[in-house]
Design a protein around this ligand. Sequence first.
Ligand code: TXD
Length: 320
Amino acid sequence: MQNKKISLIGAGQIGGTLAHLAAIKELGDVVLFDLVAGLAKGKALDIAQSSAIDGFNTSLMGTDNYVDTANSDVIIITAGVPRKPGMTRDDLLSTNLKIIKQVADGIKDTSPNAFVICITNPLDVIVMALQKYSGIPENKVIGMAGVLDTSRYKYFLSQELNVPISEIDAFVLGGHGDTMVPFPNKTFISGKPLSKYIENGKISHQRLEEIINRTRSGGAEVVKLLETGSAFYAPAASGIEMAESYLKDQKKVLPCAAYLNGQYGQNNIYAGVPVKIGSGGIEEVIEVSLDEDEKKNFDVSINAVKELLDAAKKIDPNLE
Ligand code: TXD
C-alpha cells in the first residue's frame, strides 16, 4: 500500500519538530519545505540519521521546490515569523499574510486534495486567508490552536490538583489570543465536575482564574523565557494529533479553528470550536450548549477575531 505523504511548509522550530514526530510515529513519508533549502534538507537528513536508533522506517526529504510536495495527503504550515518578547500574535499579521499567500499559491495546484493544517499566527485570520487564497474546500483547511491551548489548561490544572493529566476532560474555544475561552463549567476530572473540587476547597476561584489567565498567556510565557522565538514542542505535538486523526480516520473531537457557516450564530469566519476530524477532514462542527457567561465570553473572542479580520481585509481587499 502506498505510504501517506505529509508535507511540512516551514522547516523552523515547529516544522522540524513536526518532522521528527511524524517520522517516529511513522505517519507517512515526510517532505520538509522551506525557503531556506539547506534548513529543510539538513533537518530531514538529521532526523533520517536517527532512524536506526528509534527504529522508524520513514522517507524524509528537504526541499525549496513545491513540486516535491505534490499530491500530499496532509500539509502542515508553519511558514512565517514567530513572536519576539513583547509582541502580540496580531503584530505578525501583515508579514505572515504575505507569506501565507505564497504558500497558498504553492500548494493549491500541487495538492488540491490535501488536509491542510495551518499553525502560523495570528492563527484564526491566517487560516481563513489560507483557505480563501488556496480555494481548498473549507472542510479540508483547519487551524491548530485549541488543541495547544487546551493542553496548556489541562497541564496547569493537573499540576494544581495533583491529578493525572489523562483524567482531565476539558477544552478551550474561541480565538487563539488573549480572549480565548476555557470552560471551567465543562471541565471534568475523573468524571467529576471541576465545581466539586472548588466546593471541597481543593482549588479556589482565585487560583482557577489565575490558571485561566496563565493559559491565555501560555505562549507569551514561553516567548519571554526563550527570548529568541516561541513555543514549538507543544504546538508540534498538537498539529500531529490533528494530522493523525485525519490519516487514521480516528474521528477525534478536537478544539480547532474551523470555518463557521451558521454554527454558533457565526458566518464566514474561522474560530476555535470542537470538530470531528476523520478521513473526510472536518467531518462535523460540534455545537456545544453554552450558558450565558460562556456565550458572552465566546462572542467577545469571536469579535476579537472579526476585528483582526477587518485589519487583514484592509491589507488585502481580496479577503472580502
Ligand atoms: O498555536 C499556534 N497556532 C502557535 C503558532 C503556536 C506557536 C507558534 N505559532 C506560530 O507558528 C508562530 O507565531 C509562527 O508564525 C509560526 C512558526 O513558528 P516557528 O517557531 O516554527 O518559527 P520559525 O522557527 O521562524 O520557522 C518559520 C520558518 C522559517 O524556517 C522560515 O525560513 C520559513 O518559516 N519561511 C517560509 N517557508 C516557506 N515559504 C515562505 N514564504 C516562508 N517564509 C518563512
